[in-house]
Design a protein around this ligand. Structure first.
Ligand code: ATP
Ligand code: MG
Length: 292
């Protein structure tokens, strides 16, 4: 809606996990490198965790692009509220297994043959499970058993489990200790720090067609970082609403008043007091709505 007004050619703050907008912060870069390294070196289990909205699904999309470009076969599951039967059915569809998709025994036999054959040809096969914190114990147990399949050279199936922080706590539970022991690589995402958050916003706006943006001034970006705690999805939500508000009032530069309005509308919670503020002028501003 506001794109033309600001000279943008697309929406910079779209909520979809679009790899073409990937901002390579050090932590995102490292996590993606780990995922790729883990797959290529047949590490077996890799776990990616992080707070809600920090970029896990976006990184998985980047990984899928990489796997597709490398012609590496993969299955990916984005709905983890599955029964064991549904899990095997989806797996066999995704990997195009030629067997009765409703019979777990047949799927397992067929999968084993396929993995052995592919490993023999030096090929890698990957299973990606997003939202893995939602997986039931019995499905996770089946996944663990799939991770046991190996030949002399390494694991036959590379398994990536991505999920919110509950996944980490789940893996700490005694019933998951066997799975925990098998995890060879772990990566975690946090909120962006201030320099990264500023670079993140600028990189999205630049990707949408506007280099050296002046719509969101630096001190406002600092306040956005504070109120969003550096969480990319929240930054996107705030910035999208800010651009819309500025457009509606025909202003080319976003103000602190607009930010107050937007974060109040979003019912955003952030600490009342900042431990440290570098911009004296902003100290009185903002109406923190207390998490404290
Ligand atoms: N490094 C990044 N570069 C560009 N955009 C990002 C990055 N990290 C997150 N985002 C953006 O933030 C939003 C949320 O990202 P994503 O859906 O990947 O988070 P998530 O960790 O999977 O969240 P959830 O825990 O809710 O599943 C998306 O719009 C995505 O494009
Ligand atoms: Mg996600």
């Amino acid at each position: 809606m506001y794109n033309a007004f600001f000279g943008l050619n697309q929406n910079p703050f779209n909520m979809s996990p679009d790899p073409s907008f990937l901002f390579r912060s050090a932590q995102h870069q490292e996590a993606l490198a780990n995922l790729i390294y883990g797959v290529q070196s047949r590490k077996g289990f890799i776990v990616l965790t992080g707070e809600v909205g920090t970029g896990k699904t976006t990184l998985l999309e980047c990984l899928r692009d990489f796997l597709t470009a490398q012609q590496i076969t993969f299955a990916s599951m984005f709905n983890s509220r599955l029964t064991v039967e549904q899990f095997f059915e989806l797996l066999s569809y995704d990997l195009d297994l030629r067997c009765n998709h409703h019979s777990k025994t047949e799927v397992l036999l067929c999968l084993n043959n396929m993995l052995l054959e592919r490993a023999g040809l030096g090929r890698t096969t990957v299973l990606i499970v997003d939202e893995a914190h939602n997986l039931e114990w019995d499905v996770l147990e089946e996944i663990r058993l799939l991770g046991n399949l190996e030949n002399r050279k390494g694991k036959l199936l590379q398994i990536i489990l991505a999920g919110q922080q509950e996944l980490d706590s789940k893996l700490e539970r005694p019933e998951f200790r066997q799975l925990k022991q098998r995890i060879s690589l772990r990566c975690a995402l946090r909120g962006l720090d201030l320099p990264d958050a500023i670079a993140y916003v600028n990189s999205r706006i630049s990707r949408a067609g506007l280099d050296h943006q002046t719509i969101l001034p630096p001190e406002l970006l600092e306040e956005i970082h504070f109120r969003s705690q550096g969480i990319p999805r929240l930054i996107n939500g705030i910035c999208d609403n800010l651009l819309l508000t500025a457009f509606a009032t025909e202003q080319k530069v976003v103000t602190l008043g607009m930010l107050d309005e937007v974060t109040a509308d979003m019912r955003l919670e952030y600490p009342e007091e900042r431990p440290f503020r570098s911009h004296g002028s902003m100290v009185q501003a903002g109406s923190g709505r207390g998490q404290a």
